[in-house]
Write a protein that binds this ligand. Sequence first.
Ligand code: 13P
Ligand code: SF4
Length: 330
Amino acid sequence: MSHSHPESLKAEIRELKAKHNVLFLAHYYEDGAIQDLADHVGDSLALAKWGQRADNPIVLLAGVVFMGESVKLLSPEKTVLVPDLAAGCSLVDHSPYADYLKWRNEHPNGITVTYVNSSAKVKAITDVCVTSSNAEKIIGAIPHDREILFGPDRNLGRYLSKKLARPMTLWPGSCEVHVQFSMRKLHELKLQYPDALVISHPECDETILQLSDVIGSTSRLLDEVRNNRTTKSFIVATEHGIFHEMQKARPDAVLIQAPVEGSCACNECPYMKLNTLEKIRNTLKTLSPTVTVEPAVARLARVGLQRMMDITDGKAVTWPNRFEAPSPAL
Ligand code: 13P
Ligand code: SF4
């Protein structure tokens, strides 16, 4: 919480940020004190857009590494800093490049739609990326006669496939945080709070999504709390960090964390929470660690990411007819 951090540390961060002309971006899952110091707080799509459009030569991204990589891929000339390079993501871990390539080779005529929660190498063998806030629009732009492969989050993929009535071959990955919510306990909580709206991230298991009133990206869930005046109680099935911005947006809201099965704090993303104000200060002091993507990987990974940005902006795109594995091998 912001009051537990010395003002001097926050002042030092502000000064260093100004001195090096750094754009400071934070994801909603970061600690409240980090969110309060950032220039912009957003979901993964918004962070990528701000990073790409900024004039600042340096972007500091308090989030996880794949988010920093997206900024670097879209703006290779910028220096992209992340406070801790160990800030991974279970979806990245669940989609090793060699296995994804094998899957891709088995379906050469399919269009591969890959969630941005993936490594740069996996993006390099992807036709188009999506985030949870633009996925419906992106998939809607794929010709109806094309087979779709969706990875690495099977819950987001299954949700999209049903909602859009498009068959998809799903990669079996999942987010270790969002699969912890308990259907049984959520059901009990709904009985306890009959007026509360259940709002969930699509990375949650299907059993949770079936009990949900609103399903969407972090920014979509925040908008629901901000704008839905028919209730003031919300049961929130996503990472706890977003409560900070939700409570700021709607001080009268009663926010209830969706329950997990055990008594763990597993509704907190351990990777997002690796970022601290101290590490952010050190990163701004040393201008490291930086996000790097090998040029051969970056050249290919940029294609699917830029195709996503173009469709998001309403531009027309073309699709490859057939997958060709990278040569030379990545
Ligand atoms: P958003 O794109 O909704 O911000 O989600 C990113 C994420 O990592 C969710 O777990
Ligand atoms: Fe990855 Fe899940 Fe953390 Fe999001 S919450 S960054 S999907 S591990």
